[in-house]
Write a protein that binds this ligand. Structure first.
Ligand code: CP
Ligand code: NVA
Length: 315
């Protein structure tokens, strides 16, 4: 059973297929109905808030001819202590796939092991792979000259600022390695990439392939993309005051953007907090592509769902 829990659950070739499919869905969204999920029901179990992921998945499933069933964790017995294993087994008897947003990444791994339907990671504390595939798609559609989206990413430098131990930064570390990009991260020492992502990189055969520095200017130099995420991720609210104080030097400002390549893009997974991790000036800059990223969640995730549906129909 094919799942999408982390970026490397798809090979580079498979990722290329997903992105090409995303591009095709995007081009023909207005004129075509793609009944890839006709007669299929996909569950969405979310334990955290969401605007983009929830709405883009619900709309995407609808546009693929399927039915989405949204379940807040507290709507189901999981919220009252039913085990993940039993939940996975029961939901597998009704649904054709499950999209999950939760805290502990290992809960997702357990769901995928105990259930018998494809599981999609809609964000855990560790990784946000739907975001990463969307982000590389958003870049490739700008950089690619022909149909080959993937090659246009190779060798490009992404600089990430702020919380370098977050789900989005971890996804960038893993995703950059998968797509042959360079990743430099700048943040306070205590928010450097952690052991879990280092071990995963090692396991996937990439070694320690990223740069971490406490100097934001060093990371920004020669970058093709400046990227940031919130300083206080969901579930970390109690740490907010301490985090914000330490992250101030890593805000993405017009001065920092001026150190990157002249044609560099600014990206943010959103939600953004202007005046904190990014200035309003940068968000409004013509080089900012944050709303294209947000839109592309829909197209990229349709690509991911179509790919998984096709794989599970092949057995
Ligand atoms: N970027 C992202 O995942 O946004 P939501 O939390 O709104 O889904
Ligand atoms: N790191 C953020 C990403 C939100 C899309 C969080 O987990 O809250």
């Amino acid at each position: 059973m094919k799942h999408f829990l982390k970026e490397t659950d798809f090979t580079l070739q498979e990722a290329a297929e997903v992105l090409a499919q995303a591009q095709s869905f995007k081009k023909s969204r207005a004129d075509h109905w793609f009944p890839t999920l006709a007669g299929k029901s996909w569950g969405m179990v979310f334990s955290k808030s969401s605007t983009r992921t929830r709405v883009s998945f619900e709309v995407g499933i609808h546009e693929l001819g399927g039915k989405a069933i949204f379940l807040n964790q507290n709507d189901i017995q999981l919220g009252r202590g039913e085990s993940i294993g039993d939940t996975a087994k029961v939901l597998s008897r009704y649904l054709h796939g499950l999209i999950v947003r939760t805290y502990d990444h290992q809960d997702l791994v357990k769901l995928s092991q105990d259930g018998s339907i494809p599981i999609v990671n809609a964000l855990t504390d560790f990784l946000h792979p739907c975001q990463l595939y969307t982000d590389v798609f958003t870049l490739a559609e700008r950089w690619a000259t022909g149909d080959d989206l993937i090659s246009s990413l190779k060798g490009r430098k992404v600089a990430f600022f702020g919380d370098c131990a977050s789900n989005v930064s971890n996804s960038w570390i893993l995703g950059a390695n998968l797509f042959g990009m360079k990743i430099a991260l700048a943040g306070p020492e205590e928010f450097a990439p952690g052991l879990e992502i280092r071990e995963l990189l090692e396991k996937e055969g990439y070694g320690d392939n990223f740069e971490f520095t406490t100097d934001p200017e060093e990371a920004a130099k020669e970058a093709d993309v400046l990227y940031t995420d919130v300083w206080v991720s969901m579930g970390k609210e109690e740490e907010a005051t301490g985090r914000i104080e330490k992250m101030v030097p890593y805000a993405v400002t017009a001065d920092l953007l001026s150190l990157a390549k002249p044609d560099a893009y600014f990206m943010h997974c959103l939600p953004a907090y202007p005046g904190k991790e990014v200035s309003q000036e940068v968000l409004d800059n013509p080089r900012s592509i944050v709303f294209d990223q947000a839109e592309n969640r829909l197209h990229a995730q349709k690509g991911i769902l179509a790919f998984l549906a096709q794989r599970s129909s092949e057995g």
